[in-house]
Design a protein around this ligand. Structure first.
Ligand SMILES: NC(=O)C1=CN([C@@H]2O[C@H](COP(=O)(O)OP(=O)(O)OC[C@H]3O[C@@H](n4cnc5c(N)ncnc54)[C@H](OP(=O)(O)O)[C@@H]3O)[C@@H](O)[C@H]2O)C=CC1
Ligand SMILES: O=C(O)[C@@H]1CCC=N1
Length: 295
Protein backbone atom coordinates (compact mmCIF):
# COMPACT_ATOMS: atom_id res chain seq x y z
CA UNK A 1 0.00 0.00 0.00
CA UNK A 2 1.39 3.34 -0.97
CA UNK A 3 0.31 5.79 1.64
CA UNK A 4 -1.46 4.93 4.82
CA UNK A 5 -2.65 7.78 6.94
CA UNK A 6 -4.22 7.84 10.32
CA UNK A 7 -5.72 10.84 12.00
CA UNK A 8 -5.56 11.64 15.69
CA UNK A 9 -8.40 12.15 18.07
CA UNK A 10 -8.52 12.45 21.83
CA UNK A 11 -7.90 9.01 23.23
CA UNK A 12 -11.22 7.53 24.13
CA UNK A 13 -9.51 5.05 26.34
CA UNK A 14 -8.31 7.80 28.65
CA UNK A 15 -11.85 8.29 29.82
CA UNK A 16 -11.78 4.72 31.06
CA UNK A 17 -8.74 5.28 33.28
CA UNK A 18 -9.94 5.53 36.85
CA UNK A 19 -8.68 8.26 39.16
CA UNK A 20 -6.71 5.70 41.16
CA UNK A 21 -4.99 4.12 38.17
CA UNK A 22 -1.49 5.53 37.73
CA UNK A 23 -1.14 7.04 34.24
CA UNK A 24 1.15 5.12 31.91
CA UNK A 25 3.72 7.75 30.96
CA UNK A 26 4.59 5.91 27.75
CA UNK A 27 1.08 6.40 26.34
CA UNK A 28 0.79 9.56 24.22
CA UNK A 29 -1.77 12.17 25.21
CA UNK A 30 -3.61 11.64 21.90
CA UNK A 31 -3.85 8.31 20.15
CA UNK A 32 -4.65 7.42 16.54
CA UNK A 33 -8.38 6.85 16.28
CA UNK A 34 -9.04 6.66 12.56
CA UNK A 35 -7.25 4.97 9.67
CA UNK A 36 -7.15 6.16 6.07
CA UNK A 37 -5.56 3.92 3.44
CA UNK A 38 -4.48 5.42 0.10
CA UNK A 39 -3.61 3.43 -3.00
CA UNK A 40 -3.73 3.91 -6.75
CA UNK A 41 -5.87 0.91 -7.67
CA UNK A 42 -9.50 0.49 -6.70
CA UNK A 43 -8.89 -3.25 -6.12
CA UNK A 44 -6.64 -2.29 -3.21
CA UNK A 45 -9.68 -1.03 -1.29
CA UNK A 46 -10.99 -4.59 -1.01
CA UNK A 47 -7.57 -5.85 0.06
CA UNK A 48 -7.35 -3.22 2.79
CA UNK A 49 -10.91 -3.83 3.98
CA UNK A 50 -10.33 -7.59 4.09
CA UNK A 51 -7.13 -7.12 6.07
CA UNK A 52 -8.25 -4.38 8.48
CA UNK A 53 -12.05 -4.25 8.32
CA UNK A 54 -12.52 -6.45 11.39
CA UNK A 55 -10.64 -4.05 13.67
CA UNK A 56 -12.70 -1.83 15.87
CA UNK A 57 -11.70 1.57 14.43
CA UNK A 58 -13.00 3.73 11.59
CA UNK A 59 -11.34 2.80 8.31
CA UNK A 60 -11.51 4.83 5.12
CA UNK A 61 -10.00 3.93 1.77
CA UNK A 62 -9.06 6.46 -0.89
CA UNK A 63 -8.10 5.57 -4.46
CA UNK A 64 -5.83 7.74 -6.56
CA UNK A 65 -5.96 10.78 -4.28
CA UNK A 66 -3.09 10.79 -1.80
CA UNK A 67 -3.47 14.53 -1.29
CA UNK A 68 -6.97 14.14 0.15
CA UNK A 69 -5.68 11.47 2.53
CA UNK A 70 -2.73 13.57 3.69
CA UNK A 71 -4.92 16.64 4.21
CA UNK A 72 -7.25 14.65 6.44
CA UNK A 73 -4.49 12.98 8.46
CA UNK A 74 -2.21 14.01 11.31
CA UNK A 75 0.24 11.14 10.88
CA UNK A 76 1.29 9.89 7.46
CA UNK A 77 2.78 6.44 7.01
CA UNK A 78 4.67 6.29 3.73
CA UNK A 79 4.92 2.72 2.44
CA UNK A 80 5.33 2.82 -1.35
CA UNK A 81 8.31 1.28 -3.17
CA UNK A 82 11.58 3.03 -2.16
CA UNK A 83 11.92 4.83 -5.49
CA UNK A 84 8.26 5.92 -5.44
CA UNK A 85 8.38 8.58 -2.75
CA UNK A 86 9.19 11.48 -5.09
CA UNK A 87 6.06 10.92 -7.19
CA UNK A 88 3.89 10.91 -4.07
CA UNK A 89 5.53 13.73 -2.11
CA UNK A 90 6.20 15.83 -5.21
CA UNK A 91 2.52 16.20 -6.00
CA UNK A 92 1.27 19.80 -6.18
CA UNK A 93 -0.09 20.85 -2.78
CA UNK A 94 1.51 17.96 -0.89
CA UNK A 95 4.05 20.10 0.94
CA UNK A 96 1.24 22.30 2.25
CA UNK A 97 -0.86 19.30 3.22
CA UNK A 98 2.09 17.95 5.24
CA UNK A 99 2.61 21.13 7.27
CA UNK A 100 3.16 20.46 10.96
CA UNK A 101 2.46 16.73 10.56
CA UNK A 102 4.40 13.60 11.35
CA UNK A 103 5.65 11.68 8.31
CA UNK A 104 6.74 8.12 9.07
CA UNK A 105 8.66 6.36 6.30
CA UNK A 106 9.19 2.61 6.25
CA UNK A 107 10.92 2.69 2.86
CA UNK A 108 14.02 0.52 2.69
CA UNK A 109 17.22 2.37 1.82
CA UNK A 110 15.69 5.85 1.75
CA UNK A 111 17.18 8.16 4.36
CA UNK A 112 15.28 10.85 6.26
CA UNK A 113 17.72 13.36 4.75
CA UNK A 114 16.72 12.29 1.24
CA UNK A 115 13.03 12.83 1.98
CA UNK A 116 13.70 16.10 3.77
CA UNK A 117 16.01 17.32 0.98
CA UNK A 118 13.32 16.49 -1.59
CA UNK A 119 10.56 18.30 0.28
CA UNK A 120 12.68 21.26 1.37
CA UNK A 121 15.53 21.63 -1.14
CA UNK A 122 18.54 23.74 -0.19
CA UNK A 123 17.65 23.44 3.49
CA UNK A 124 14.70 25.83 3.02
CA UNK A 125 12.75 24.26 5.81
CA UNK A 126 9.88 26.34 7.17
CA UNK A 127 9.12 26.39 10.90
CA UNK A 128 6.01 24.29 10.26
CA UNK A 129 7.80 21.68 8.12
CA UNK A 130 6.61 18.13 8.66
CA UNK A 131 8.71 15.99 10.98
CA UNK A 132 10.15 12.93 9.25
CA UNK A 133 10.85 9.67 11.09
CA UNK A 134 12.32 6.56 9.55
CA UNK A 135 11.17 3.19 10.91
CA UNK A 136 11.90 -0.35 9.75
CA UNK A 137 9.15 -2.78 10.77
CA UNK A 138 8.59 -6.27 9.35
CA UNK A 139 5.83 -8.41 7.94
CA UNK A 140 5.15 -10.08 11.30
CA UNK A 141 3.30 -6.87 12.18
CA UNK A 142 0.35 -8.76 10.66
CA UNK A 143 0.35 -10.99 13.76
CA UNK A 144 1.58 -8.19 16.06
CA UNK A 145 5.06 -9.72 16.29
CA UNK A 146 7.05 -7.17 14.33
CA UNK A 147 10.56 -6.11 15.30
CA UNK A 148 10.49 -2.43 14.39
CA UNK A 149 13.55 -0.21 14.58
CA UNK A 150 12.86 3.50 15.02
CA UNK A 151 15.74 5.62 13.80
CA UNK A 152 17.01 8.10 16.34
CA UNK A 153 16.64 11.62 14.97
CA UNK A 154 18.94 14.63 15.02
CA UNK A 155 17.72 16.91 16.50
CA UNK A 156 15.76 14.45 18.66
CA UNK A 157 12.03 14.10 18.12
CA UNK A 158 9.94 16.11 20.51
CA UNK A 159 8.66 13.93 23.35
CA UNK A 160 5.08 13.67 22.11
CA UNK A 161 6.14 12.56 18.64
CA UNK A 162 8.58 10.02 20.03
CA UNK A 163 5.92 8.61 22.36
CA UNK A 164 3.47 8.44 19.50
CA UNK A 165 5.80 6.65 17.07
CA UNK A 166 6.92 4.24 19.77
CA UNK A 167 3.33 3.59 20.82
CA UNK A 168 2.22 2.94 17.23
CA UNK A 169 4.95 0.42 16.56
CA UNK A 170 4.61 -1.18 19.99
CA UNK A 171 1.04 -2.04 18.98
CA UNK A 172 2.40 -4.33 16.29
CA UNK A 173 5.31 -5.91 18.18
CA UNK A 174 8.56 -4.79 19.77
CA UNK A 175 10.57 -1.66 19.12
CA UNK A 176 14.20 -0.62 19.37
CA UNK A 177 15.98 2.63 18.48
CA UNK A 178 19.22 2.91 16.54
CA UNK A 179 21.02 5.65 14.60
CA UNK A 180 20.67 6.29 10.87
CA UNK A 181 23.96 4.54 10.14
CA UNK A 182 22.44 1.22 11.33
CA UNK A 183 19.18 1.38 9.40
CA UNK A 184 20.28 -0.64 6.35
CA UNK A 185 21.52 -3.48 8.56
CA UNK A 186 18.23 -3.26 10.51
CA UNK A 187 16.42 -3.53 7.19
CA UNK A 188 18.38 -6.69 6.38
CA UNK A 189 17.96 -8.32 9.79
CA UNK A 190 14.42 -7.24 10.71
CA UNK A 191 12.80 -6.37 7.38
CA UNK A 192 14.21 -9.28 5.36
CA UNK A 193 14.73 -11.58 8.37
CA UNK A 194 11.30 -13.27 8.22
CA UNK A 195 12.13 -14.47 4.69
CA UNK A 196 15.53 -15.79 5.79
CA UNK A 197 14.11 -17.59 8.81
CA UNK A 198 11.24 -18.97 6.73
CA UNK A 199 13.78 -20.53 4.39
CA UNK A 200 15.63 -22.19 7.28
CA UNK A 201 12.31 -23.37 8.73
CA UNK A 202 11.23 -24.82 5.41
CA UNK A 203 14.53 -26.65 5.03
CA UNK A 204 14.14 -28.19 8.49
CA UNK A 205 10.61 -29.30 7.64
CA UNK A 206 11.86 -30.75 4.34
CA UNK A 207 14.37 -32.85 6.26
CA UNK A 208 11.60 -34.22 8.45
CA UNK A 209 9.41 -34.93 5.41
CA UNK A 210 12.33 -36.80 3.86
CA UNK A 211 12.39 -38.97 6.97
CA UNK A 212 8.68 -39.75 6.75
CA UNK A 213 6.87 -37.00 8.71
CA UNK A 214 3.71 -35.75 6.89
CA UNK A 215 4.14 -32.23 5.41
CA UNK A 216 1.49 -30.48 7.51
CA UNK A 217 2.88 -31.84 10.76
CA UNK A 218 6.45 -31.10 9.67
CA UNK A 219 5.58 -27.45 8.94
CA UNK A 220 3.79 -27.08 12.27
CA UNK A 221 6.62 -28.76 14.18
CA UNK A 222 9.28 -26.62 12.50
CA UNK A 223 7.34 -23.40 13.12
CA UNK A 224 6.52 -24.15 16.76
CA UNK A 225 10.10 -25.28 17.43
CA UNK A 226 11.40 -22.03 15.97
CA UNK A 227 8.89 -20.08 18.03
CA UNK A 228 9.90 -21.92 21.21
CA UNK A 229 13.55 -21.18 20.50
CA UNK A 230 12.86 -17.48 20.02
CA UNK A 231 10.83 -17.54 23.24
CA UNK A 232 13.82 -18.89 25.18
CA UNK A 233 16.19 -16.31 23.70
CA UNK A 234 13.75 -13.46 24.34
CA UNK A 235 13.48 -14.80 27.89
CA UNK A 236 17.20 -14.15 28.36
CA UNK A 237 18.85 -17.39 27.25
CA UNK A 238 22.00 -16.88 25.19
CA UNK A 239 21.84 -18.76 21.86
CA UNK A 240 25.20 -20.47 22.44
CA UNK A 241 24.18 -21.69 25.89
CA UNK A 242 20.84 -22.87 24.51
CA UNK A 243 22.68 -24.86 21.88
CA UNK A 244 24.99 -26.43 24.46
CA UNK A 245 22.11 -27.32 26.77
CA UNK A 246 20.33 -29.23 24.00
CA UNK A 247 23.50 -31.05 22.94
CA UNK A 248 23.50 -34.19 25.08
CA UNK A 249 27.03 -35.66 24.95
CA UNK A 250 27.15 -38.34 22.29
CA UNK A 251 23.57 -37.44 21.28
CA UNK A 252 21.73 -36.57 18.11
CA UNK A 253 21.78 -32.75 18.49
CA UNK A 254 25.56 -32.48 18.39
CA UNK A 255 25.52 -34.87 15.42
CA UNK A 256 23.18 -32.56 13.53
CA UNK A 257 25.07 -29.43 14.58
CA UNK A 258 28.33 -30.87 13.22
CA UNK A 259 26.66 -31.21 9.83
CA UNK A 260 25.45 -27.60 9.95
CA UNK A 261 28.94 -26.41 10.78
CA UNK A 262 30.42 -28.42 7.89
CA UNK A 263 27.95 -26.64 5.62
CA UNK A 264 29.11 -23.22 6.83
CA UNK A 265 25.53 -22.31 7.70
CA UNK A 266 26.64 -19.52 10.04
CA UNK A 267 28.78 -17.89 7.42
CA UNK A 268 26.07 -18.09 4.80
CA UNK A 269 23.28 -16.80 7.03
CA UNK A 270 25.49 -13.95 8.21
CA UNK A 271 26.48 -13.25 4.63
CA UNK A 272 22.83 -13.08 3.58
CA UNK A 273 22.30 -10.35 6.19
CA UNK A 274 25.45 -8.54 5.00
CA UNK A 275 24.36 -8.85 1.36
CA UNK A 276 20.85 -7.58 2.10
CA UNK A 277 22.37 -4.64 4.01
CA UNK A 278 24.40 -3.60 0.97
CA UNK A 279 21.41 -4.05 -1.35
CA UNK A 280 19.17 -2.07 1.03
CA UNK A 281 21.66 0.79 1.02
CA UNK A 282 21.25 1.07 -2.76
CA UNK A 283 17.46 0.92 -2.92
CA UNK A 284 16.97 4.62 -2.34
CA UNK A 285 19.81 5.69 -4.62
CA UNK A 286 18.08 5.06 -7.93
CA UNK A 287 20.58 2.27 -8.67
CA UNK A 288 19.50 -0.42 -11.13
CA UNK A 289 20.22 -4.17 -10.95
CA UNK A 290 20.87 -3.91 -7.23
CA UNK A 291 20.89 -7.70 -6.97
CA UNK A 292 23.32 -8.24 -9.81
CA UNK A 293 26.35 -10.49 -9.12
CA UNK A 294 29.04 -8.69 -7.16
CA UNK A 295 31.95 -10.94 -7.98
N1 LIG B 1 7.53 -6.24 2.42
C1 LIG B 1 8.07 -6.11 3.64
O1 LIG B 1 8.11 -7.05 4.45
C2 LIG B 1 8.64 -4.79 4.06
C3 LIG B 1 8.63 -3.71 3.21
N2 LIG B 1 9.14 -2.51 3.62
C4 LIG B 1 9.08 -1.34 2.72
O2 LIG B 1 7.70 -1.07 2.52
C5 LIG B 1 7.49 -0.58 1.21
C6 LIG B 1 6.44 -1.42 0.52
O3 LIG B 1 6.94 -2.73 0.38
P1 LIG B 1 6.01 -3.89 -0.22
O4 LIG B 1 4.67 -3.82 0.45
O5 LIG B 1 6.80 -5.13 -0.13
O6 LIG B 1 5.92 -3.42 -1.74
P2 LIG B 1 4.67 -3.37 -2.71
O7 LIG B 1 5.21 -3.02 -4.05
O8 LIG B 1 3.89 -4.62 -2.54
O9 LIG B 1 3.79 -2.18 -2.16
C7 LIG B 1 3.89 -0.88 -2.62
C8 LIG B 1 2.49 -0.27 -2.59
O10 LIG B 1 2.56 1.10 -2.95
C9 LIG B 1 1.45 1.39 -3.78
N3 LIG B 1 1.73 2.58 -4.56
C10 LIG B 1 2.62 2.72 -5.56
N4 LIG B 1 2.58 4.01 -6.03
C11 LIG B 1 1.65 4.67 -5.31
C12 LIG B 1 1.15 6.00 -5.31
N5 LIG B 1 1.62 6.92 -6.16
N6 LIG B 1 0.19 6.34 -4.43
C13 LIG B 1 -0.31 5.42 -3.57
N7 LIG B 1 0.12 4.14 -3.51
C14 LIG B 1 1.09 3.77 -4.37
C15 LIG B 1 1.32 0.13 -4.60
O11 LIG B 1 0.05 0.10 -5.15
P3 LIG B 1 -0.33 -0.94 -6.31
O12 LIG B 1 -0.41 -2.26 -5.68
O13 LIG B 1 -1.62 -0.42 -6.76
O14 LIG B 1 0.77 -0.83 -7.33
C16 LIG B 1 1.51 -0.95 -3.55
O15 LIG B 1 0.32 -1.21 -2.83
C17 LIG B 1 8.83 -0.59 0.51
O16 LIG B 1 9.38 0.69 0.54
C18 LIG B 1 9.67 -1.55 1.34
O17 LIG B 1 11.04 -1.20 1.29
C19 LIG B 1 9.63 -2.31 4.88
C20 LIG B 1 9.67 -3.36 5.76
C21 LIG B 1 9.23 -4.69 5.42
O1 LIG C 1 12.94 -6.75 0.19
C1 LIG C 1 12.74 -5.55 0.38
O2 LIG C 1 13.27 -4.69 -0.33
C2 LIG C 1 11.84 -5.11 1.51
C3 LIG C 1 12.56 -4.32 2.55
C4 LIG C 1 12.60 -5.20 3.76
C5 LIG C 1 11.75 -6.30 3.45
N1 LIG C 1 11.32 -6.25 2.22
Amino acid sequence: MGGVMSSLAEARTRAAISKDTPKDSSVPARLPAKFIACDMRVEAETTVKNALGHYNFPLKTITNNNLEGVREADIILLSCKPQGFKAILGEEGMKDALKGKLLISILAGVTSEQIEGFLYPGGNKPADACRIVRVMPNTASFVRESMSVIQTCTPPLEENHLKLVTWIFNQIGRTASLPASNMDACTALCGSGPAFFALVMEAAADGAVAMGIPRAEANLMAAQTMRGTTGLVLNGEHPSILREKVSTPGGCTIGGLMVLEEGTVRGHVARAVREATVVASQLGQGAVNVNGPRR
